[in-house]
Design a protein around this ligand. Structure first.
Ligand SMILES: O=C(CO)COP(=O)(O)O
Length: 257
């Protein structure tokens, strides 16, 4: 891990869980021993947010998985950043590849939403990533740079942003990026930000990896210099696995006695 940022682990629960399953997962998570040095955010569906906010141990911050690009009003089916903040939500995941591909969210739209959410007091986990086809055809860095560019066109202050590098080919596939692949891209992202916001802020920026992270591969990934945390999907629905992943950084870098 680089910079001054705290190791960060997000659990993206996606569109999963009944009331009962969410209650059970929370009960187990609340009993889990997550190292106090790690910042942990859990992101349930919108409808489960109130319950999670009321029930989760203060050890866990709570995030939403999306929000609208402007304020309240005639936007049927949307949720605004103001409403999330009013509820007590601290974080929002934006630009997830599932939304980019299934709901056709453009780079610009993700940039707009990010700027709006930040200006209304939310912190943002901004996701970027390439498909396998883009990677194999040598387009990877062009794609990632365009996604970053659209963010940086709308925001100059990245203090409240975590960048999640989530290669699309690794999401939900069990095909995790190797630690070297993750490090290579994270370093590229850090260098991109160094040019854009200066070395000090780029060093402090947290760049986390997402895509088939589990309790077995997390420590090896966490040991890489530019991997500052994770955004976890499937494994975040299993309390034991998620707690192990949260603690992977401390497991990877034991504090000398
Ligand atoms: O999309 C992800 C997190 O946002 C990753 O999902 P998986 O961990 O299930 O691959």
């Amino acid at each position: 891990m680089r910079g001054t940022g705290q190791f960060f682990v997000g659990g993206n629960w996606k569109c999963n869980g009944t009331k009962q399953q969410v209650a059970q997962l929370l009960e187990q998570l609340n009993k889990g021993k997550v190292d106090s040095s790690i910042e942990v955010v859990i992101a349930p569906t919108f409808i489960h947010l109130p319950h999670v906010l009321d029930t989760a141990d203060s050890r866990f911050e709570v995030g939403a998985q999306n929000c609208w690009s402007s304020g309240t009003g005639a936007y049927t089916g949307e949720i605004s950043a103001e409403q999330l903040a009013d509820l007590g939500v601290k974080w929002v995941i934006l630009g997830h590849s599932e939304r980019r591909s299934l709901l056709k969210e453009s780079n610009e739209f993700v940039g707009e939403k990010t700027a709006y959410a930040l200006s209304h007091g939310l912190r943002v986990i901004a996701c970027i990533g390439e498909t396998l086809e883009q990677r194999e055809s040598g387009q990877m860095y062009n794609i990632l740079d365009a996604q970053l560019e659209a963010l940086a066109n709308q925001i100059s202050d990245f203090d409240n942003v975590v960048i999640a590098y989530e290669p699309v080919w690794a999401i939900g596939t069990g095909k995790v990026a190797t630690p070297d692949q993750a490090e290579e891209v994270h370093l590229h992202i850090r260098e991109w930000f160094t040019e854009r916001i200066g070395e000090k802020d780029a060093e402090a920026l947290r760049i986390v990896y997402g895509g088939s992270v589990n309790e077995k591969n997390a420590a090896e990934l966490a040991a890489k210099e530019d991997v500052d945390g994770f955004l976890v999907g499937g494994a975040s629905l299993k309390a034991d696995a998620f707690v192990t992943i949260c603690n992977a950084h401390t497991a990877a870098t034991p504090v000398a006695a």
